[in-house]
Design a protein around this ligand. Structure first.
Ligand SMILES: C[S@@+](CC[C@H](N)C(=O)[O-])C[C@H]1O[C@@H](n2cnc3c(N)ncnc32)[C@H](O)[C@@H]1O
Length: 260
């Protein structure tokens, strides 16, 4: 799937349903309908959406504070929500630069919200598809210094690539354009945790929306091949460097790793 050109409000769409589950307002009746049908089968999806964003927050905090990263490439950024990547990063390091990429025209319409950078830093929005990694790297280089380490963020997007080998290849091509010391943060919906989750996702995938494929954990871990995983590795996202004691695992797995 490449770039989309029009906002079609009659078909449920990933970015808008995700926004609905996160409690946002940037969605249409078709998205609410699809979102509610999903919740009826698997109510845990709102927790998954929120836990995924919380993982993103904690991984950005690690990247800024522990890894010294000041450049971020967030592909499949989604609609603006609470704590967008630039807000979390620039709160900790105002000079941080962020490039957002998404192929949803509605995200483009809201891009202004994503472009409210600190004066010391920079933010940019690129209307491109994950399926054109070289163009993404080329566009990112207008804002980010290609010689400096960058954090590549793929949060809830690789499941949109139907073929796992192709998803791995896209990750590889994006990382190829980033220097040593760059990082990869991935989190995605996982298979093998809850049959209701899998049933809700299968039904959703037949609804006409752009499908999203839950993956076995070892396939999510495979995105990090050749990289140095940061502790605790690829885990259910609430268990990744948690802020609270004894969180419950959910069907969303992810990790963070450094390019050697
Ligand atoms: C489930 S949402 C995740 C949003 C955000 N990253 C987060 O973690 O909350 C998936 C996002 O990926 C975007 N997306 C799907 N396919 C894409 C593609 N081929 N290229 C770029 N973005 C894509 C959707 O528009 C949507 O914003």
């Amino acid at each position: 799937m490449g770039r989309m050109t029009e906002i079609d409000t009659s078909v449920p769409h990933s970015a808008r349903i995700w926004n609905y589950w996160l409690g946002g307002k940037d969605n249409y009746p078709a998205d609410e309908l699809a979102g509610d049908a999903y919740t009826a089968v698997f109510p845990g999806i709102s927790t998954i959406a929120r836990s995924s964003r919380a993982f993103l927050r904690r991984s950005i905090r690690y990247l800024v504070q522990e890894a010294g990263i000041r450049q971020f490439l967030d592909v499949g950024s989604g609609l603006p929500t609470v704590d967008n990547t630039h807000e979390v990063a620039q709160r900790l390091a105002p000079e941080s630069k962020i490039v957002y990429v998404d192929n949803d025209p509605l995200v483009l319409a809201h891009a202004r919200t994503l472009l409210t950078s600190t004066p010391e830093g920079a933010t940019a929005y690129e209307d491109l598809s994950l399926f054109e990694p070289e163009r993404i790297l080329e566009a990112a280089a207008r804002t980010l210094d290609p010689a400096r380490p960058t954090a590549l963020i793929l949060s809830g997007i690789l499941g949109h690539v139907a073929d796992h080998d192709q998803a791995r290849e896209l990750v590889r091509r994006l990382l190829e354009g980033l220097p040593s010391g760059s990082h990869l943060s991935v989190n995605d919906g996982s298979r093998g945790t809850d049959p209701d989750y899998e049933q809700a996702q299968d039904t959703y995938n037949e609804s006409g929306a752009v499908p999203y494929f839950l993956r076995p954990v070892d396939q999510i871990a495979a995105y990090f091949e050749g990289l140095e995983l940061v502790d605790p590795g690829v885990v259910s996202v609430p268990l990744w460097r948690p802020d609270v004691p004894d969180p419950d695992p959910i069907g969303q797995h992810g990790g963070l790793a450094r390019k050697p």
